[in-house]
Design a binder for this molecule. Structure first.
Ligand code: 1HN
Length: 349
């Protein structure tokens, strides 16, 4: 007679050898991993983190001594989430990096299936040409580079210009839908300046007969002065939301929907002394500080932020925002992709 222990061992040994047998045929038992595959709540590798501009900026200048834009194609320091090292990701689905372009440099034209957005952190007078449209890049401007559209950047000014790049890199990789092409020339021929599209689409009106050809906004340039003015008016006449203060989302003016199909972008103002209530949502969010100083309490950490700092709040992790001085925050996340798939959730308070 075998003891119960021996029988148990036998069963577990039998299972183990069964697993090895089916493993050779690329089969695996779901029951061993079910609890990891379907979790009660999001289990993201993304960690909360803050990058201080005071650290990043000297390293960007050092990078500029070590490599040109010509050689690097894009001189960028990737903001790698500490929970996702080596994956070029700031959140599980999105990329974040800080790009600097020195006076006189040109970042050559190319296109890719990844959608990109730029948020200008430092300097003025650089430009990005998006689909033949020359967009000027000044602090606080939000700029869209749609999927599969040629773009080159240049800096004819006499100061370095730096911006935050956000792309849906990991999301596109997950879907195995990556394509990339180098343009025939270094720079595109400029067809028109971005103020034409701002006139066409940026005044709560549309050109008569306009028909959309993509899921990305026809407006590529959202200059900061307009966004700031809107928040200023809201601040004086509206009560701030308990979690996010005064917050606007960037839209495609022809649909009222998100400006990009995969990434949401926002700008919010936290009044001086604001102490936000707890909030969480399933879209891990990247914040860039435009103005002001404050704190983000997230995952047992206090992220003390100031101008040009970048920080991350992971999916479903409760966080709250506080502003010592009046604060303006830009942010982006994969919310439109989650909503398109009926996945997005939030919890307020
Ligand atoms: C890219 O094309 C740019 O065009 C910046 O400025 C960052 C990161 C990953 C893949 C492509 C750019 C990028 C990128």
């Amino acid at each position: 007679m075998k003891s119960t222990l021996q029988m148990k061992r036998t069963v577990s040994e039998q299972r183990q050898s069964f697993y090895e047998e089916i493993n050779r045929a690329n089969l695996a038992p779901l029951w061993e991993v079910l609890h990891d595959v379907v979790t009660r709540e999001p289990k993201t590798p993304c960690l909360p983190y803050l990058w201080k501009w005071a650290d990043i900026w000297p390293w960007l200048l050092k990078a500029s001594d070590l490599i040109s834009t010509q050689e690097s194609i894009r001189r960028v320091l990737v903001l790698e989430n500490p929970g996702l090292r080596g994956k070029s990701s700031i959140t599980h689905s999105l990329y974040g990096g800080v790009q600097v372009i020195m006076p006189g440099e040109v970042a050559p034209s190319h296109r890719h299936s990844q959608t990109a957005m730029r948020f200008v952190l430092q300097g003025k007078g650089a430009y990005t040409t998006v689909s033949g449209q020359r967009v000027s890049m000044n602090v606080g401007d939000f700029i869209i580079t749609p999927s599969w559209v040629f773009h080159d950047h240049g800096n004819p000014s006499d100061e370095p210009v730096a911006w935050l790049d956000g792309l849906d890199v990991a999301l596109v990789e997950l879907l195995d839908a990556q394509f990339m092409e180098v343009d025939s020339g270094e720079r595109q021929v400029v067809q028109h300046a971005a103020d034409l599209d701002l006139a066409r689409f940026g005044n709560t009106m549309l050109p008569v007969g306009y028909k959309s050809h993509s899921r990305t906004s026809p407006l590529f340039w959202y200059p900061y002065d307009r966004t700031r003015e809107a928040l200023e008016t809201m601040k004086t006449q509206d009560d701030p939301h308990e979690c996010w203060g005064h917050k606007l989302q960037y839209t495609d003016p022809s649909t009222g929907g998100w400006a990009m199909p995969t990434m949401a972008t926002f700008m919010q103002l936290l009044p001086v002394g604001f102490r936000g209530a707890v909030y969480r949502s399933t879209d891990s969010t990247v914040y860039a500080v435009v103005e002001g100083e404050g704190r983000c309490h997230v995952g047992g950490q206090t992220l003390a932020f100031g101008p040009k700092d970048v920080f991350v709040c992971p999916s479903w992790m409760p966080y709250r925002l506080e502003a010592t001085t009046e604060t303006v925050l830009f942010s982006y996340s994969d919310r439109p992709a989650q909503q398109a798939l009926d996945l997005w959730r939030e919890q307020i308070g």
